[in-house]
Design a protein around this ligand. Structure first.
Ligand SMILES: [Zn+2]
Ligand SMILES: [Zn+2]
Length: 431
């Protein structure tokens, strides 16, 4: 089909072309986010465009999504003088007219991509981090951090699953952990991962309750599992075969927790053997035979846990447990969760070493986009991000994310990839 330069091949592209992408972006932003956005007035036939706009409301979210996929260079040529990056910012709900001392965000629906049965969500809890994953139609579920500066936000979120196969805790700052007691009350939690926690001490193993119809765990592997780890035999749940890790030393490279469908790798910044031993020792003393899963249920225990890490680290953010996870059957997209970590060379090298040559990365920008942590992300990781997610509060007192860094990204043309997760709006994806 012959098309002129201004026609778009997607749904209602003809109507869209009558307004133009940049005009649409500006006017949409004006209506939904910021009345100071007035670029749309700088052109002919405003009234006609507004009438097209008003008659096509049901397509607006699709069009926003289409704009995010467009090449910046195609968006650059427009009569109202916006750059491609600015057009994308506008449809993302980010005001380009903000004073340069701060960034203003607006509450706009997230732009999601749809694939299949594995769903991952950065929950919109404001300043903090709450991430959950659901694999194989809810057969396997996990959570990475659950905290918010506005705890009331957490109460509005319910996960659809009753059981969580694991909860990983990046570090013990309130905005990452204060939702955990409620989470443990509402869900049965199989396994908890902490920074610098040597799971082998407890002869514990990650039991993947991965329910996949028709696939049974081989009897040999099952026998081994019950013998080594005394896991209850549940005849009703067919379990998928998985690799049995000897141990998980989360500060060392190459100790994956994995199953045949999904792989999880944990990383911490490398510390001295002496400090590592100290943490193990102190944790053991603290738990005194109790499992970490039960100990962590009590909010009052968090201060004691914090103290252990504070003995070793001047900055608690540096203890953050990093998690890389991916679909082993389709490993082209890997998710990198970073808590509030600051990467050092060694940590970067280990993570990069686990990325394949053609992998794309969905990256949680560390520490809500704070300058030093953002700067610490290795170019080898940044160069392959397919989405960069910043979980942040709209009006947090820390001024996350850093405005200059954000501007730098806009100028580099990387802006279209950034996803903001703030109050009430999640970012979900499937891979
Ligand atoms: Zn923190
Ligand atoms: Zn934080």
């Amino acid at each position: 089909m012959a098309q002129n330069n201004h026609a778009f091949s997607f749904l209602k592209g003809k109507e869209f072309s009558r307004m133009g992408a940049s005009w649409f972006a500006s006017y949409w932003h004006y209506n939904h986010c910021n009345k100071n956005e007035l670029s749309w007035q700088k052109c002919e036939s405003v009234a006609r465009r507004i009438s097209y706009y008003n008659n096509t409301e049901q397509y607006h979210d699709d069009w926003r999504r289409e704009i995010m996929k467009m090449d910046d260079s195609n968006l650059n040529t427009n009569e109202i003088g916006l750059t491609g990056a600015q057009v994308k910012a506008l449809v993302s709900g980010i005001s380009i007219t903000a004073a340069p001392s701060s960034v203003t965000f607006s509450h706009v629906p997230p732009l999601n991509i749809n694939f299949a049965q594995n769903t991952f969500t950065f929950h919109g809890i404001g300043q903090g981090l709450f991430y959950s994953g659901s694999i194989a139609n809810g057969g396997f579920n996990f959570v990475y951090d659950c905290g918010s500066e506005s705890p009331a936000m957490l109460r509005t979120i319910t996960l659809p699953c009753a059981d969580l196969d694991f909860v990983a805790i990046s570090h013990f700052h309130d905005d990452h952990v204060n939702g955990l007691p409620a989470l443990f009350r509402n869900h049965r939690v199989e396994k908890v991962f902490l920074p610098y926690f040597d799971a082998h001490t407890y002869r514990d193993v990650f039991i993947a309750n991965l329910v996949v119809n028709g696939i049974d765990l081989s009897s040999a592997a099952f026998a081994l599992l019950t013998r080594l780890y005394h896991c209850p035999v549940d005849a009703d749940i067919p379990r998928l075969d998985f690799d049995l890790p000897e141990a998980v030393f989360v500060d060392k490279p190459g100790y994956p927790y994995s199953n045949n469908l999904w792989e999880f790798r944990f990383y911490n910044r490398r510390i001295s053997d002496c400090d590592f031993q100290f943490i193990q020792h102190a944790l053991n003393n603290l738990l005194n035979g109790q499992s970490i899963e039960s100990y962590i249920r009590n909010r009052n225990n968090y201060d004691d846990l914090k103290k252990i890490f504070k003995r070793v680290f001047s900055n608690e953010n540096l203890t953050s447990l990093v998690l890389l996870h991916w679909n082993k059957a389709n490993a082209s997209v890997k998710s990198l969760l970073t808590g509030d970590v600051r990467f050092d060379q060694n940590l970067s090298n280990r993570v990069v070493g686990d990325l394949g040559a053609y992998d794309e990365v969905i990256l949680q920008i560390p520490h809500h986009g704070a300058k030093n942590e953002w700067d610490s992300v290795d170019q080898r990781i940044l160069s392959r991000t397919t989405a960069e997610v910043i979980s942040v509060g709209c009006s947090n007192p820390y001024h996350h994310p850093n405005f200059n860094k954000l501007t730098e990204y806009i100028q580099k043309g990387l802006f279209g990839k950034i996803q903001f997760v703030f109050e009430n709006y999640d970012y979900s994806y499937h891979c």
